[in-house]
Design a protein around this ligand. Structure first.
Ligand code: TQI
Ligand code: CA
Ligand code: ZN
Ligand code: ZN
Length: 169
């Protein structure tokens, strides 16, 4: 079964049109347009299950959600740890921060089966679930299950994820 954060925080009802900005990319070698495509696909999976809409904005000050790549300590008390271990983290509503470990061997739409490779879209779909208020699910097939086998791609919302997000929005 799906879960919420303590107190079940959500984006409030008058905020259904959320803007996100990809703000910190200097620590990764991936190009901007690839990143824009991956995050747009990841957000669209949650938009399809809810009345939420997500739009990328170039202006960080307009953004509800900020996405960035960081190596090691990056000012929020949750330092990244180099290859594997923690891949990314996101804060509960309405914080909006979504950070990815720049040290990972991120793969986009390609072969996530090489050693140490981590599929960016899979991690993004999971972290967006956290940004929207979902905790971890006990259903192994769910996007919000707390482990993923390395080298796998898992981007489709499971019935449990859909029920979880529809109970919040
Ligand atoms: N990052 C953890 C995660 O997103 C960080 C975390 C632990 C967390 N507990 C949390 C975030 C509670 C919010 C709320 O779960 S991770 C996976 C998965 C990670 C793990 O790097 O370990 C994915 C990131 F589920 F596959 F294990 C993305 Cl998809
Ligand atoms: Ca790491
Ligand atoms: Zn962080
Ligand atoms: Zn998680």
């Amino acid at each position: 079964l799906y879960a919420y954060f303590p107190g079940a925080p959500t984006w409030p009802p008058f905020r259904r049109d959320l803007k996100y900005s990809i703000t910190a990319t200097s620590a990764t070698s991936m190009d901007r347009s690839t990143l824009s495509d991956v995050f747009a696909r990841a957000f669209s999976r949650w938009a399809a299950a809810t009345n939420l809409r997500f739009t990328e904005t170039a202006s960080e000050s307009d953004a509800d959600i900020t996405i960035g790549f960081y190596a090691g300590s990056h000012g929020d008390g949750e330092p990244f740890d180099g290859p594997l271990g923690t891949l990314a983290h996101a804060f509960s509503p309405t914080d909006g921060r979504f950070h990815l470990d720049a040290a990972e061997a991120w793969v986009v739409g390609g072969d996530a089966s090489s050693p140490g490779a981590v599929d960016l879209e899979s991690v993004a779909v999971h972290e967006i679930g956290h940004l929207l208020g979902l905790g971890h699910s006990s259903v192994p097939e769910a996007i919000m299950y707390p482990t993923i086998r390395t080298g796998t791609r898992k981007v489709e919302l499971e019935a449990d994820d859909v029920q979880g997000i529809q109970s919040l929005y």
